[in-house]
Design a protein around this ligand. Structure first.
Ligand code: PRX
Length: 643
């Protein structure tokens, strides 16, 4: 294995003692990008080679056009003729301490059986299947079974509510939902099947609900419900792989944007898998002996890309954990690292911040010496947390990769790459973009701005992992990503590049929040608030939070004749949790008489954000009614005094 030696300089930064391959690779991409990406794609197994590396008709890219492959084949079949066959693919750790090991050949059989069962239910290539499961092995198995027969999976995070399921299922017109009777979350049971029962009353496309037994709840089973175990047990353990054209959709994943309606991000097969395989090789430098632990929920993109597809394509052993980091005790990750000899830990700043709060004694009481690489994703990591991760968890020996990317990019775009480069790390910066990825920071007019100045992060060229489009909405795809800056992808983040060319991400530039790393749209939240019978208007913003990064603050205008009260505030929050899901719970709700708006009627969320974060308020000359700002400031002062 390429095992770079790391040393530490006086600034607590790691400097590699080994030479770097990155320059050579980046030169290759510059000289002949098609050859470079073609070599990258050859790391996958293709049934038929592509006719064209990139067919770019702005803003639609077709990577490896004409090539045929199958994602499940690349994750499973290709290992069966090697010594990985009986190696653990997944070590599953339950919240209750139970654990299950599934080898590559066992995983293959289980995926094939379910694929056959789907086929028997009439599912064909291109049909959509919604998956609403907790973090149990049946979740990746269901995704891979879809991939095997060319069905498009649409996974919904199991923390979302009935309404979120309705919106997503109706948009995708899924035929089947795979769910469980219940899921464990912090010792409590989340009644997943009951939530699905509520949803399917309003989802005419659903023909069958497949139910996995996890919590052995007493659930109602209707005529369209089938037990997972009953449909798979009878099936043969081989199902031929569908030959998918490289740009056939592999999945839809709904994510929040700047409107009330979540966007169905569509990823394809060939480009997406090529990006994942190579990014994982460069960033994680996978070795056959690695035990990889990515803590992300599979309901989000990190879970799709780096829990399911990338590690399985590489044939490593991975740990999947069902529960929360701090339940039943604030040591779950450290316990799992010690027990399984985890070598790479890939987690979120939120989880690290919550662990840091409990002090060093807990992680110090575990043997974490198996770790060789530490990663973070999803939000900016504060330098203090970075240093804690480096010193206390990595014992000054493990490089930290701070990986920036998005649901839309499919895979990692900015990160140090211990597989190919060795650089000086700067806590808080992801460092540089991956080979072939061209990042530019631009101003309001789309012009490149000088280093060291804050601007919008854009991507200059198409890349293999990029989304194909938005489900049934090419117009919105064009408008959201490709029309804000000419000839570039607009990522929606603020960033700057320092004098050493390191990229620093400064957070979202739009109305998207990151609460504990979960992506939520302010307008989506506002629509949910105003659907409550007592609310006439809503404005949502966020306050910085030591643990969660950001928390939701809502300003609500009540309908005429409705009195504000503590009771109503609780009721409205419960309503939001029911409508969107527990992750949308507001930290504070303020009832106000008016919202600050521009003369054209737009809510000034940024102004509200400044108020709640006690920052200086900028120009308010465009305000419709300055009194409302005073009112809100006044109310906030009063409330802050009470805390
Ligand atoms: O704002 C950036 C933040 O997460 C957003 C993408 O969210 P999502 O699509 O849910 O994907 C998250 C996991 C890839 C980005 O626009 N973000 C992601 N990674 C980082 C980050 N912010 C700072 N540093 C990161 N490493």
């Amino acid at each position: 294995m390429n095992d770079p030696q790391f040393g530490k300089d006086e600034n607590q930064e790691i400097i590699s003692l080994e030479g770097s391959k990155i320059k050579k690779i980046k030169d290759e991409v510059q000289k002949n990008p098609n050859q470079f990406w073609s070599d990258c794609a050859k790391n996958l197994v293709w049934f038929k080679e592509w006719e064209q590396v990139l067919d770019w008709k702005y803003p639609f890219a077709k990577w490896f056009r004409g090539g045929k492959l199958n994602a499940a084949y690349n994750c499973l079949d290709k290992h069966l003729t090697t010594n990985k066959k009986n190696q653990a693919a997944i070590i599953w750790e339950g919240e209750d301490g139970k654990s299950v090991t599934i080898t590559y050949s066992q995983l293959f059989r289980r995926v094939n059986q379910l694929a056959n069962a789907f086929k028997k239910m009439g599912i064909e290539k291109g049909d959509r299947i919604t998956i609403y499961l907790p973090m149990i092995p049946e979740l990746p198995i269901s995704m891979l079974a879809c991939a095997r027969i060319g069905a498009i999976h649409s996974v919904i995070f199991s923390g979302f509510s009935s309404q979120s399921i309705i919106d997503r299922v109706n948009d995708a017109k899924s035929k089947i939902i795979v769910t469980a009777d219940g899921g464990y979350r912090r010792g409590k049971i989340v009644p997943l099947k009951r939530i699905v029962d509520e949803a399917v009353k309003h989802t005419p496309s659903i023909e069958k609900v497949i139910v996995v037994k996890r919590t052995y709840e007493d659930i109602i089973t209707g005529e369209n419900d089938v037990w997972y175990e009953n449909i798979v047990n009878r099936e043969s353990s081989f199902c031929p792989s569908e030959w998918m054209e490289s740009n056939d959709p592999l999945f839809i994943l709904y994510t929040s944007g700047t409107t009330g309606k979540p966007k169905g991000v569509v990823h394809g097969n060939g480009g997406y898998l090529t990006h994942l395989y190579n990014s994982a090789k460069w960033v994680f430098n996978f070795d056959p002996t690695d035990i990889f632990f990515c803590t992300a929920d599979i309901g989000w993109i990190t879970g799709h890309s780096y829990v399911v597809y990338a590690p399985l394509m590489h044939g490593v052993t991975e740990v999947i954990y069902e529960g929360a980091p701090d339940f039943p005790s604030p040591d779950q990750y450290w316990k799992i690292v010690e027990k399984n000899g985890v070598t790479i830990l890939y987690t979120t700043p939120t989880a690290l911040r919550s662990y840091m709060r409990y002090g060093n004694e807990i992680p110090n009481s575990y043997d974490l010496s198996s770790l060789r690489l530490l990663g973070t994703v999803g939000e900016p990591i504060n330098p203090e947390v970075w240093k804690w991760y480096f010193n206390v968890i990595g014992k000054n020996n493990c490089p930290i990769i701070d990986t920036w990317w998005q649901t839309e990019t499919g895979g990692i775009m900015i990160s140090m790459c211990p597989g190919i480069e060795n650089i000086k790390m700067k806590p808080g910066s992801g460092s540089f973009s991956l080979p072939g990825i061209e990042i530019e920071i631009v101003d309001d007019k789309g012009s490149r701005i000088k280093d060291d100045k804050k601007g919008y992060l854009t991507i200059k060229k198409p890349w293999p992992g990029m989304l194909l489009s938005l489900w049934n909405n090419n117009e919105r795809y064009k408008k959201t990503y490709w029309e804000k800056v000419d000839n570039s992808f607009f990522a929606g983040d603020f960033a700057y590049i320092d004098k050493d060319k390191y990229i620093w991400i400064l957070g979202r530039a739009d109305d998207v929040l990151k609460v504990s790393g979960h992506r939520l749209g302010t307008i989506e939240l506002e629509s949910a608030f105003v659907s409550h019978p007592s609310i006439s208007e809503a404005a949502v913003t966020s306050r910085s939070d030591e643990i969660k990064g950001e928390t939701i603050i809502a300003f609500l205008v009540l309908k005429k004749g409705i009195e504000s009260s503590q009771h109503l505030s609780i009721e409205v929050n419960e309503y939001i949790k029911r409508t969107i899901g527990p992750i949308a719970s507001a930290e504070k709700i303020f009832f106000v008489n008016k919202l600050p708006k521009t003369r054209s009627g737009k809510i000034m969320r940024r102004l509200l954000k400044s108020i709640v974060n006690k920052e200086t308020i900028g120009d308010i000359s465009t305000l419709e009614d300055e009194a409302s700002i005073e009112e809100i400031t006044h109310e906030l002062d009063a409330i802050n005094k009470q805390i």
